[in-house]
Design a protein around this ligand. Sequence first.
Ligand SMILES: NC(=O)c1ccc[n+]([C@@H]2O[C@H](COP(=O)([O-])OP(=O)(O)OC[C@H]3O[C@@H](n4cnc5c(N)ncnc54)[C@H](O)[C@@H]3O)[C@@H](O)[C@H]2O)c1
Length: 396
Amino acid sequence: MRVAIIGQGYVGLTIAISAAGAGHEVLGFDIDEELVSDLNACKSHIEGISDSQLMAFVGTGAYKATTNPTLLNDVEVIVIAVPTPLTQSREPDLSYIHAAVELVRNNVMNSTLIVNESTSYPGTLRNEFAAHLTEVQHLYASSPERVDPGNTTWGAKNTPRLIGGLTPEAVIKAKEFYSSFCDTVIEVSSPEVAEAAKIFENTFRQVNIALVNEFAQIADALGISGREVLDAAATKPYGFMEFSPGPGVGGHCIPVDPTYLAYVANRAGVPATFIKRANEVNLAMPSYVVKRVITGAGGSVKGKSVLVVGVSYKANVADTRETPAASIIDLLREAGAAVSWHDPLVGSWRGEESSNLGVCDVAVVVTKHDVVSVADVKKSSYVFDCTGSIPGADGI
Ligand SMILES: NC(=O)c1ccc[n+]([C@@H]2O[C@H](COP(=O)([O-])OP(=O)(O)OC[C@H]3O[C@@H](n4cnc5c(N)ncnc54)[C@H](O)[C@@H]3O)[C@@H](O)[C@H]2O)c1
């Protein structure tokens, strides 16, 4: 099939390369000109896709990145993978979705299958796409992306994919497309079910992470090791699923998607109190971490050299979106510490460069990449570990 993927970020590029690998002719459309020229020069910007993978498909013409919207008219399938962040007031920001809809309206005159993979609340495909694209009779399906950047076990091929279409024809066409590169394609009865399943999956993670984050604080106050308790609880072979405490949640999904669910819940008159409480607990973790660091460092970090180790939101990826490291650094600076950070995957961030991993008064491990040496972290006088990966260190 001739396929266009709108948005060439983590999700869009991953799908583009999977589709190209299945023999489709893929156009990667993005508004970011620098990104598009990098992709055509076979320079990947995400961990899951290597430059050589890109080279194989750019070389044969199976994949081409573009900023030219007129090319979108000549495809059979259009997949939308644009950001769905929160506004300043922490409400769903559908402006990227609306821009993508406008792009289709202005450029796609032929009937196509339009699939939304961007995460959003139930009703988005029907009310934000189909209701606004009435000039041409397209087919519409929702197939929310479940990619987990950096996960080497579960990828686009073996992660089951949900499909909900507005019509049976849309489902048939979407199944044909996705089953060409996904092992398991599961049809659900409506786009709303697929959309809601995706945000519920992430809400499940957000709420459980908040629960263990709160438990870590309870355990510390009781003088027991929260992680040892969680490991002990995980020996129960049924009815328990282990989650790990940490410095908060980051990335484009867990801190954001549950708020989309809370938004529609509130609109429907349901208060969504679990989500609200989970957000509160997770967003308060950086200040809890800094409080513990100050205590552990002898009551003050004023004038002390503090190195924050790992600023991306999770291990072995370079993504710093919504990372709790940002608040931790800001709060440590407010407390008078001389803060630098070390992250070999991130390199430069917020106008600052990664520092070397050396001897400091305090090291705060926010994210532990495999390439970071535990022995080097331990050279600092006091180490606070948010990851459970520095043996013998104080932490959560
Ligand atoms: N990153 C993840 O792990 C992940 C996992 C599952 C689902 N999702 C969801 O997938 C969607 C995309 O996330 P992402 O992480 O790929 O985002 P991203 O920021 O990495 O990529 C989005 C891309 O869309 C482009 N873009 C923005 N507006 C555009 C427009 N009008 N036309 C064309 N391109 C446009 C941007 O330039 C960017 O390259 C979001 O809804 C997100 O919640 C993300």
